[in-house]
Design a protein around this ligand. Sequence first.
Ligand SMILES: *Cc1c(COP(=O)(O)O)cnc(C)c1O
Length: 426
Amino acid sequence: MPSRPRTSSVPTPTTREACAELDAADPLAAFRDEFVLPEGVIYLDGNSLGALPKATPGRVADLVEREWGQGLIRSWNDAGWWDKPRTLGAALAPLVGAAPHEVVVGDGTSANLFKTLVAALRLNPGRRVVLGEPGNFPTDLYVTQGVAGLVDGVEHRLADPDDPERIAAALAAGDVAVVLLSHVDYRTGALRDMAGITAAAHAHGALAVWDLCHSVGAVPIDLTGCQVDFAVGCTYKYLNGGPGGPAFTYVAERHHADARQPITGWHGHARPFDFTGEYVPAAGASRFLSGSQPLVAAAALEASLEMWSRVDLRQVRAKSLVLTDLFRSMAEAAGLAALTPRAAERRGSQVALRHPDGYAIVRALIERGVIGDFRAPDVLRFGFAPLYLRHVDVFDAATALAEVVESGEWRQPRFAERATASGPVT
Ligand SMILES: *Cc1c(COP(=O)(O)O)cnc(C)c1O
């Protein structure tokens, strides 16, 4: 394997033995045993749907059987159901560098994008431009288009956040109301300069909304230090909250008094049990709530957040950089080109590779038990979740990838057939 510039603090291991040594010294090693991991599978899709914590089924069963079955309606108080969006928000807050009262959990990312985008536009009434990025996850673009169709005069402009000059030029126009970007690009894994872009937005009179879907649980985040205005993110990727789990909304404290979101339901009311006919927003981030939440799903998230409360994100980041360097260097040695930036400060916890036959290669890998995913037109995407992946797993997965590519195994016709509309390869 050719030598590579070092991009993490630990030199990239080059043998399976060296990987096993790193595993033996890994401060996060014990977390692996807290997950259900199917036999014979190396799971490199934790950036899309995180693995199941062993504690989750018991917590969900407890909610169903005891809190619902026995407690019935009393559980709104006795089991803390009413306050769940706030207590889960407070549990999640340290993972994004927020104060406990600045985060609420509820609804989905797309809905929370809508709420925060409209709230940010209302806080900047003289302006009507939303600056987004052309390669953002489609729902972010679609929701912005929806807001533009609803609020008179809103214009959706796009600039590439991986090129600071384009963002600077777009902001210099002086009419941007809100910047909406993803912290980590879902396709390339590029990590954006949250502090720099947020400061530039503020300097030009714009607010900043960040989508943390691909960074929460993968990299340390400092929303307070970066002075971010609003942020949203999902919990089913690196946070292991379960499929379709509730998302979160961050509202900086300085906006608590004035922010107005558009879905003014009773859970966001100042006195919901007065049942009056007039909407009065609750104090703080609670005003971003709308209606009743899926509490069974919230119980699954509660179990995973209990685990995350014991995790040191600096250790997650340090291990993630080694795992991604290892996978990337082995993939490059096998002749695959990486799309993910090389510099540590410019990438999240994934490695994206390009190959015109990426679909068939990913299918062939899945047959070998290495689960990654494919994003059209030619991106092979591998996510690295340091809580349950060992260095030897990554070494074995990259070895399998090299074998699939070098042997031409992926050329077998069955790998070219587009399987189902759902599943890991879509
Ligand atoms: C995963 C992801 C979403 C998901 O949105 P949902 O409403 O949960 O379907 C949104 N934005 C980004 C950037 C994502 O990566």
